[in-house]
Design a protein around this ligand. Structure first.
Ligand code: ZN
Ligand code: ZN
Length: 448
């Protein structure tokens, strides 16, 4: 029964070994109490969200039925790579812009199992996309309509367009800019050039920045599916949408008048939305901070959601105990770049999220969730996460071949004399795994 996703969509799952490797049920990062874990070596599981307390999120790499074993994914990868390289060349010629660094490093990246597949008809899919230090999520509704919430930095635009194509996107029905910071709207500029867009949502807050100006220009210059211009909509609390039958999307914030004089007005005026579908709910929070949360509470919204897109990249000001108790998510997703200069996600946030399933784009890559007619949530990721304890009180399992310092993002040999304090240690199974998570080698490693 755990294979419902595969059966409904006509695709087959890759073998359980790969799933187990990706899933790593025992991964301390995920912090599920042992009594609830189970399925240590078994098949992918689906998650009945209605039955709280019996949740086993899963991570399910997929391969198309009929693809040659092994080589299929590489072929797809090579094809995707070829397409994106071609796109880069064309864009470089047209826009005279340097190719983004993430795409440029792609040829050396291993062909990884992909979770980026078009959503089957009748399934709600939410793909939290790895755009480095930024934020981006694509919702594909059961009727095929799409909503893109944010798009990472401008340098991520080409890669983002490639991911959207792999997800089967032909047009964007709603393109949402939660707030005008570049790590949310930059990549949307390329998206507006690449796809027909029906509606652009924005908070309409005066904001001076070259990226926001380019975003507005791109929105004005874009075309809609009917060959006209996208509808530009300044959204406020109270706007609701029924993008597909039985699916409801509600804008909870910002409200009028927009907040002023907060630590970050763009962040605190972020568009906050909840998505309700049979069997599950999602809360999208943009970069909402403390003052924005206080305003949100004043409107007495229903914040309870199964999946929380953690606010402000896991910053300490984006999450607190009161907020988590109102949302009470089973699954939390942190969109964050490896080794970012802000130290996101903050340790305080990770500590608060203990006991919930935590997915991070810096560790898991793209995180794709599906909710089908069986009302069970299934989760696949493009990358296996290295073991990373979030609980300083619990000793990390002795799986580490190298030991990272979560503060300095430097990793050491286990016998190094200057190991970080136990509470700052992150264990990786290999130096490669540490580097994939954005860690740099200490002299003890380089001396080898
Ligand atoms: Zn941000
Ligand atoms: Zn922001």
């Amino acid at each position: 029964m755990g294979f419902n996703w595969a059966m409904r969509s006509g695709i087959t799952l890759t073998n359980a070994t790969r799933f187990t490797k990706t899933q790593r049920i025992g991964d301390p990062l995920l912090q599920v109490p042992p009594a609830r874990r189970g399925n240590r070596t078994g098949a992918p599981r689906s998650v009945p969200l209605a039955k709280r307390g019996n949740l086993r999120p899963c991570s399910v790499p997929l391969a198309k039925r009929g693809e040659p074993a092994g080589g299929g994914q590489f072929t797809n990868f090579a094809r995707a790579l070829g397409t994106s390289l071609l796109t880069i060349i064309i864009l470089a010629l047209v826009a005279c812009s340097a190719p983004p660094k993430r795409t440029a490093t792609a040829p050396t990246a291993p062909a990884s199992p992909t979770a980026l597949e078009p959503a089957p008809q009748g399934v709600l899919q939410v793909a939290f996309l790895d755009v480095g230090q930024g934020d981006s999520a694509l919702i594909t509704f059961p009727n095929g309509k799409t909503m893109l919430i944010d798009g990472g930095e401008t340098s991520e635009g080409v890669a983002l367009v490639g991911k959207l194509r792999r997800l089967g996107v032909k047009q964007i029905d709603w393109l949402v800019a939660t707030h005008p910071h570049s790590d949310h709207i930059g990549g949307l500029i390329q998206v507006l050039k690449a796809f027909p867009v029906a509606e652009v949502w924005d908070i309409g807050m005066p904001f001076e920045s070259p990226v926001y100006r380019d975003f507005l220009l791109a929105a004005r210059g874009a075309r809609s599916p009917d060959g006209k211009r996208p509808k530009f909509r300044v959204v406020r609390r109270g706007l609701t949408l029924e993008p597909a039958p039985n699916v409801r999307l509600s804008v909870l914030a910002p409200s009028d008048p927009l907040l002023k004089g907060t630590r970050s007005d763009p962040n605190n005026n972020s568009i906050v939305m909840r998505l309700d579908a049979p069997g599950g709910s999602f809360l999208f929070t943009g970069d909402l901070e403390r003052e924005g949360r206080a305003r949100l509470y004043a409107t007495r919204p229903n914040l309870r959601a199964d999946v929380l897109k953690v606010a402000h990249h896991g910053a300490e000001n984006g999450t607190d105990r009161a907020f988590l108790s109102r949302v009470n998510p089973t699954v939390a997703v942190i969109p964050v770049g490896a080794g970012n200069r802000y130290g996101h996600p903050h340790r305080e946030t990770l500590a608060l999220l203990q006991g919930r399933r935590v997915y991070r784009t810096d560790l898991h890559g793209d995180i794709v969730m599906r909710l089908g007619a069986d009302k069970k949530l299934q989760i696949a990721t493009t990358r296996a996460a290295p073991a990373q304890p979030t609980a300083p009180t619990k000793p990390a399992p002795a799986v580490g071949v190298v030991i990272g310092n979560r503060n300095t993002k430097v990793y050491h040999r286990p016998d190094c004399r200057s190991l970080p304090k136990p509470q700052n240690q992150v264990r990786f199974r290999s130096a490669q795994e540490a580097e994939q998570a954005g860690y740099r080698p200490h002299a003890c490693v380089q001396g080898e």
